[in-house]
Design a protein around this ligand. Structure first.
Ligand code: RAM
Length: 908
């Protein structure tokens, strides 16, 4: 029987304040995905912008981009380096520059004008970018530092102490008007640069990490406003970062900290001057930072303060002349990704006193960064010691068993009695609790601030539902993801590890992209992975390879391919695929040689890592019936990589490879099913959820058998695991989407909202404010038990967005140019409110479904469209509003195509 269909689409033509109806806006003008970036090194930078208006169904019909050396030229339309002319196109994302050759160190200005189906726009505002130093020969600077271990306790052995280096150079500018001054600086491990006493930027731990023997990044800062006429002082503080004395069993020592800095000054009369790091600089390591190490902490002795060292008046007579240091082998490269900054400040929620007089500070949140002290009373010569932990022992002392060898201790020694303020420069901790000793009185909460640090990127996603477990899981994920961005995605932020483990992010990177604008971080990480590749083609499962592990595994290296795919799918960026295609191919060939036997990939190291074990104290399950065979994991993942390569080959013009990938994939699929698939029972091997789910989702199940395999997944989950997750980091990458795609969103919802072990909800019930490394993180052995690991998120965030909110790319579309909005409605969920700032603009989806009434507000950005699908039960009738391009009734419901705009769909 046909339902009485009652449905309206109301176009909300809400007028934005100050805008006339139909007024076109061009905003978010970006080049290489950044607004006004300094120091680009690509000769064909790519332009993006977003368009909006107050009328629905806005489509760009053409664009015109102009580039000039000055704003003035641009406005007068003279001396243009590029005028694209009017280009008929709806392209507004990553449009490559095609003008005259760009030159090293120059600054450029650009603007864009668009025409749309709603009329012509005006010229946009003018934005700019600058170019990096494009040729090695332009570097006049030398690597400098203090090439000795001259302080107490310093050795050249692993895990030693090392004092920070302070370097300075005074100089005078010519008596001429300064037009522009740019500082190019690489400081290994980390630099903090000052010009005339002012920090040149808010970046911390700069430059971004890399595999130093292959690549060293430098930063570009426009310092024009900081440069003075006549006397100037350029100063740089150097810390260890990841360059010197990383802690841990496989600790790396690349060498003592060193600096390369070059200040290029351009005078209004066209003359230039260069102030470069060389033997004329002075250095000391006898300053207040007597030891620094990201893993161990920072020790600051205020009695050694070098007051005014970063300004011109300071007397550096006791300092020594710098040593010329050997240049690191790595290629000097302009940093393409944003640096780390203090992104948020939080206040502690509680302070308590232990019997031994120590205080325990509770930040209320497992966070990553450091503790700033504000006006705390100290006593001369009496060190104040802070130790950082994620959890407390039952007796309220800090729990450090899971931190391993990291010392996680900051020490401040006051130079006098009374109030002091301080924060470290070269250290970060993963912590919720801080143990403070060395105080004579109970401090106020206001004496502390938690500085939250991670890569400077925009938060792109908000997500809320009627279910509290989902809401808190999303919050925990948000804190965990940001806390593990450190110029690379790390596994954890607290113990002596903090490495870029590939497997943790294979699918995670995609979910993370809904929450953070992580494009530049992941494209830079893809480069770290390539830089860490062995000459034979092996990929180090930790990249940059501070821990070099070439195990010729498939499941962890898959992240290289998956991240490149994510960058294309989510941001429309094909560049990483193009750039890394040859090394990806090399890796696949290598694996074929060393691991493939009769079309089965045999090598596997980690298994379905961190599946919920049968006993609460175990880290890894010992029950063979829970474990998935390594060959299943490797073979299914390798098969998925071949399929990705077919797509990548297509995109990069490597058509000649396609046939080979397809043939190999075909033979693998056949061999795989012959070896592992039981045709009668439709079970793979020992019937684990992971074995069945990877086979299903990665496309290896013989045609017609899919539903039967799926039933085995459901059966196993419901009967053997009582509706709980049974997978480790591999299976979980497909679990939530798989359950939903094949028709059991209710089971996915149950898993997402469980509160008993094992589940994300269980972690929450046990007090987690981030995601744990282990499902049983509260009871397992501390040897490998971080409270802030994101790998167990699997595809959860993708599922939140794609399936619960219905924000998904239409098949074949990328970057949400065309959306497919088909929310799923699990029993028990009555409300979802999601937003995602895509490269075209913000997508919103907010639905409520309660007691037979349904209401859905959606926003579709300008220059995009959406196909909306809703089920029959929602009783939908044809709407007749503006912006509705088409309406189709199908067997299962309705399919509506919408142009951009804000819509409300409801059955009332
Ligand atoms: C652990 C890491 C990481 C995981 C590897 C295999 O040491 O924490 O998360 O990828 O093992």
């Amino acid at each position: 029987m046909r339902h009485t269909l009652l449905f309206t689409v109301i176009l909300l033509s809400v007028l934005l304040a100050g805008c006339k109806e139909g007024k076109l806006n061009v905003a978010s003008l970006k080049i290489e995905m950044q607004e006004n970036p300094e120091g680009l090194s690509t000769l064909t930078p790519r332009f993006s912008w977003q368009i909006s208006s107050n009328s629905p169904d806005l489509i760009q019909q053409s664009y015109q981009i102009q580039v000039a050396r000055s704003e003035d030229d641009l406005k007068k339309e003279v001396n243009l380096l590029w005028d694209s002319g009017i280009v008929s196109s709806d392209g507004s994302v990553l449009i490559p520059y095609q003008g005259q050759p760009l030159s090293s160190g120059s600054k450029y200005f650009w603007r864009v004008k668009i025409n749309t189906n709603q009329g012509d726009g005006n010229w946009s505002k003018v934005n700019y970018w600058s170019m990096a130093l494009l040729n090695d020969s332009e570097w006049q600077a030398k690597w400098i530092g203090e090439d000795s271990l001259s302080n107490p306790g310093e050795t050249d052995k692993d895990n030693t102490r090392l004092a920070a280096r302070y370097l300075r150079k005074s100089f005078e500018t010519r008596n001429s008007t300064i037009h522009r001054a740019v500082l190019y600086v690489a400081g290994l491990g980390a630099h903090e640069a000052y010009l005339n006493g002012n920090r040149v930027s808010e970046d911390v731990f700069a430059p971004t990490v890399s595999w130093y023997p292959n690549r060293v990044y430098y930063n570009t800062y426009d310092v024009t406003p900081l440069l003075q006429k006549d006397k100037n002082l350029l100063a740089v503080k150097l810390g260890n970062g990841r360059y010197f004395g990383m802690r841990g069993s496989r600790s790396q020592m690349f060498g003592l900290p060193r600096l390369l800095a070059q200040l290029d000054i351009e005078y209004a009369d066209g003359t230039r001057e260069v102030i470069a790091s060389d033997e004329s600089w002075k250095v000391t390591s006898k300053g207040p930072i007597v030891a620094n190490n990201e893993f161990d902490g920072e020790e600051y002795d205020a009695r050694l303060e070098l007051t005014g060292w970063e300004t011109a008046g300071y007397d550096d007579a006791s300092w020594q002349q710098v040593d010329i240091m050997t240049a690191p082998e790595g290629k000097l490269t302009a940093q393409p990704n944003p640096n780390i900054r203090v992104m948020e400040e939080i206040k502690p929620v509680r302070i308590s006193k232990l019997a031994d007089g120590k205080f325990i500070l509770d930040m209320g949140q497992n966070m990553v960064g450091w503790l700033k002290i504000n006006k705390l009373n100290g006593k001369k010569d009496q060190p104040v010691t802070m130790r950082f932990a994620e959890i407390l022992n039952p007796d309220s002392t800090i729990y450090l068993a899971n931190i391993r060898s990291a010392k996680v201790t900051d020490i401040y020694t006051p130079a006098k009695d009374g109030a002091f303020s301080w924060e470290p420069s070269f250290v970060y901790h993963g912590f919720r609790f801080v143990e403070i000793s060395g105080l004579n009185e109970q401090p106020e909460l206001s004496s502390f601030t938690g500085k939250v640090v991670y890569d400077n990127m925009e938060t792109t996603g908000q997500f809320e539902t009627s279910n509290n477990i989902i809401n808190q899981t999303f919050k925990n994920a948000y804190w965990g993801i940001r806390g593990n961005y450190r110029g690379m995605p790390t596994d954890c932020p607290q113990r002596d590890e903090r490495q870029g483990w590939l497997g943790d992010r294979a699918t995670g990177c995609f979910g993370e992209a809904f929450v953070f604008d992580n494009a530049l971080l992941y494209s830079k990480w893809a480069q770290d992975i390539e830089d860490s590749q062995s000459p034979e083609g092996s990929i180090s499962v930790v990249s940059p390879r501070y821990w070099t592990i070439y195990n010729d595994d498939v499941t962890w290296p898959a992240a290289y391919f998956y991240a490149a795919k994510m960058l294309y799918h989510q941001y429309g960026d094909t560049e990483p695929i193009r750039k890394h295609y040859p090394s990806m191919k090399r890796y696949l060939e290598r694996i074929q040689q060393v691991s493939m036997q009769d079309f089965i990939l045999t090598k596997d190291t980690y298994g379905d890592w961190c599946m919920p074990p049968e006993k609460q104290e175990l880290i890894h399950s010992q029950d063979p019936s829970r474990k998935t065979a390594g060959a299943i994991l490797s073979t299914t993942m390798y098969y998925s990589l071949l399929n990705l390569m077919v797509e990548f080959a297509e995109l990069t013009g490597n058509q000649q490879d396609i046939q080979g990938f397809k043939e190999l994939a075909g033979r693998i699929k056949e061999a795989y099913n012959t070896t592992f698939f039981n045709t009668d029972s439709a079970k793979y091997d020992n019937n684990t959820v992971t074995a069945n789910m990877l086979s299903l989702r990665l496309g290896l199940v013989p045609e017609g058998k899919e539903q039967q395999v799926f039933e085995n997944i459901v059966q196993k989950t419901e009967v053997d695991f009582n509706g709980h997750v049974s997978t480790g980091v591999l299976g979980i990458q497909q679990l939530m989407r798989g359950l939903t795609q094949y028709g059991n969103v209710d089971l996915a919802y149950k898993i997402a909202t469980n509160e008993t072990y094992p589940s994300w909800g269980y972690m929450i019930k046990k007090g987690a404010t981030t995601i744990w490394e282990l499902w049983n993180g509260d009871t397992a052995d501390p040897a490998m038990n971080s409270a802030n690991h994101v790998m167990l998120l699997g595809d959860l965030i993708i599922w939140y967005y794609e399936d619960l909110a219905g924000i998904k790319n239409y098949p074949g579309s990328v970057a949400y140019k065309k959306l497919w909005m088909e929310p799923r409605f699990p029993e028990g969920l009555s409300h979802v409110k999601a937003s995602y700032k895509s490269v075209y603009g913000e997508i919103k989806s907010e639905w409520t479904k309660e007691n037979g009434s349904f209401n859905w507000n959606i926003s579709i950005p300008g220059n995009t469209s959406a196909v909306v699908k809703l089920p029959k039960e929602l009783q939908i009738i044809k709407p007749g509003q503006n912006g509705v391009r088409s309406f189709k009734e199908t067997d299962s419901g309705v399919e509506i195509e919408l142009g951009s705009g804000n819509y409300t769909l409801s059955n009332r």
